[in-house]
Design a protein around this ligand. Structure first.
Ligand code: GLN
Length: 287
């Protein structure tokens, strides 16, 4: 227990965690976890170690400032500069979408689809932090991967992540904007696995403050219905996919019908998958 009269952030770490979690309850769905991640970050230890040693720890002086940032809805991933995705550690800044647990479904399904025939060439459209292509390369040690993005700042992060994860020799990245005509020209063709988590939020949707105020709108919003980027990507798949290849597209929970329709019209067989929250989240497109 913290001695009476001491400021909140000067006592033992366990009390400070409880205080922080209470403050975060107003702005976060995972207040206790948030507090633990911030505390582990300032102590420069893993969260598991924090939990083990907690009774013996006192609050580091930097903790209070981080708590204040989180109270203003800044994402934990931005404050600590990292986010775990598919069990791998990714550098994250405000230049990239923070990898979501829901997007792990794309990797899970890629592993299922390519259980016997491993993909040789992987393409990630709108790679951002590189999370999808790098997680896929981690799973498929024979494969080479290409991540494209319209943001040079994002590609720098993707590069850093490829280096840090020891995947740089099999990963390349390309600055490319699919809003430009002939954008597929420099990508080549024959990709066995295409992954994409494009922007898919409808322009009128009000996102929570931690997303709307901190994450790149370029990676989130896609026109009035959130479908603009699928309308570009789906017609381009024909040129990019190898004959037996599959494209895995993340979709918004209410977009299975319109996006499936686009894909069917382009001649694809479409399979719909749901995420852990039972929301429609992924379409698998094959010839
Ligand atoms: N799933 C994200 C969100 O709801 C949106 C990601 C995207 O547009 N690709 O914030």
């Amino acid at each position: 227990m913290k001695p009476a009269g001491l400021p909140i952030w000067m006592g033992d770490a366990a009390s400070a965690l409880r205080e922080a979690a209470q403050l975060f309850a107003e702005i976060s769905d995972s207040p206790r976890l948030d507090a633990e991640l911030l505390m582990a970050h300032v102590l420069q230890i893993e969260r598991s170690e924090l939990l083990l040693k907690l009774p013996a720890l006192t609050v580091p002086s930097e903790f209070a400032a981080l708590v204040e940032r989180r109270q203003r809805s800044e994402p934990i991933a931005h404050i600590i500069g990292r986010k775990e995705f598919w069990g791998l550690d990714f550098q994250v800044t405000a230049d990239v979408l923070i990898p979501r647990p829901d997007s792990e479904l794309l990797i899970e399904e890629a592993v299922r689809l390519f259980a016997s025939t491993h993909p040789q060439r992987i393409l990630d459209l709108g790679t951002g932090s590189g999370a999808l292509v790098l997680a896929a390369l981690h799973e498929f040690p024979e494969a080479r991967g290409l991540g494209m993005d319209a943001s040079a700042a994002a590609l720098q992060i993707a590069h850093n992540n490829a280096d840090a994860l020891g995947l740089a020799d099999r990963a390349s990245f390309l600055l490319l904007d699919w809003c430009q005509p002939d954008w597929t020209g420099s990508l080549g063709s024959g990709f066995d696995l295409i992954l994409a988590n494009p922007p898919y939020v409808a322009s009128g949707v009000r996102l929570s403050a931690d997303v709307a105020d901190f994450e790149p709108h370029q990676a989130l919003f896609a026109g009035e219905q959130g479908l603009d980027d699928y309308a570009i990507i789906i017609p381009a798949l024909e040129k990019l996919l190898s004959p037996g290849g599959a494209a895995l597209l993340e979709i918004g929970f209410d977009q299975a019908n319109p996006v499936s329709e686009m894909a069917t019209k382009s001649g694809y067989h479409v399979e719909l998958k749901q995420d852990l929250g039972k929301n429609d989240r992924l379409l698998i497109l094959r010839r």
